[in-house]
Design a protein around this ligand. Structure first.
Ligand code: PGA
Length: 253
């Protein structure tokens, strides 16, 4: 595959796992071929209590560690239950997911909160994976492109376009998440191109990785990755099965 950017294959474990399950999942993932060649980047995002375990298990391989969420608050303080970007940096997290539709829907995360989280991550040299994606209603109504662009715009208006250099956007149509119904490669490519075109500065547009999420499986990943503006995937369900996750990874190069 001849793209300007290396693919990023990211596993979003969501609220799943146990010490035992994580250990066997990571042990299996570590056996894969191609990791030492760094052909595509591989990333796992376990729940916070298991970051430390995952960090130890991954210490001798070329697999990145990421978090699924971060506090909008700075460094440390009286914020019960929160985990700061500085703490994630301490644990060697190189990426963090923000703005996932499940957090927007179940935790009322607004674009303002997401923007602050974006800032905190950049301050701590962690790459944000900013999730955007339209609802089923917007898809059916036909205004899905405005829906997604305005999500991106509300963050970029506050943070400044230049801050997006080398960051990651995950296009995740809500109707495709956990449903088994993925966007087609053409539907995804259309949206990825739209998102990339939003960045008129060609250096940013060329650097930014736009990954697709929503029912990615070994049976659809190769076709998705063959699209010129799809730079990898954010994988939920299939990332909990080492065979599926690795087959998706292998289909990315
Ligand atoms: P899914 O989830 O792969 O299970 O559809 C993707 C995500 O929510 O990031």
């Amino acid at each position: 595959m001849n793209k300007k950017r290396d693919n990023l294959i990211a596993g979003n474990w969501k609220m799943n796992g146990s010490l035992k399950q994580n250990s066997s999942l990571i042990t299996d993932i570590k056996r894969t071929e191609g990791l030492d060649k760094g052909i595509s980047e591989l990333l796992v995002c376990p729940p916070d209590p298991y970051l430390s375990q995952a960090r130890s298990l991954l210490s001798d391989v070329n697999i990145h560690l990421g978090a699924q969420n971060v506090s909008k608050e700075v460094n440390s303080g009286a914020f019960t239950g929160e985990v700061s970007a500085k703490m994630l940096q301490d644990l060697d997290c190189s990426y963090c997911i923000i703005g996932h539709s499940e957090r927007r829907a179940y935790h009322n995360e607004s674009d303002d909160i997401i923007t602050e989280k974006f800032f905190r991550l950049l301050e701590n040299k962690i790459t944000p994976i900013l999730c955007v994606g339209e609802s089923l209603e917007a898809r059916e109504f036909g205004n899905y492109d405005d829906f997604v662009l305005s999500q991106l715009e509300r963050v970029s208006n506050k943070i400044g376009i230049d801050k997006f250099l080398n960051t990651v956007i995950a296009y995740e149509p809500i109707w495709a998440i956990g449903t088994g119904v993925s966007a087609s490669s053409e539907q995804a490519q259309e949206m990825h191109l739209l998102l990339r075109s939003f960045f008129s500065d060609s250096i940013i547009a060329d650097s930014i990785r736009i990954i697709y999420g929503g029912s990615v499986k070994p049976s659809n990943s190769k076709e998705l990755f063959s699209m010129p503006d799809i730079d990898g995937a954010l994988i939920g369900g299939a990332s909990l099965n080492s065979k599926d996750f690795l087959n998706i990874y292998k289909s990315s190069f």
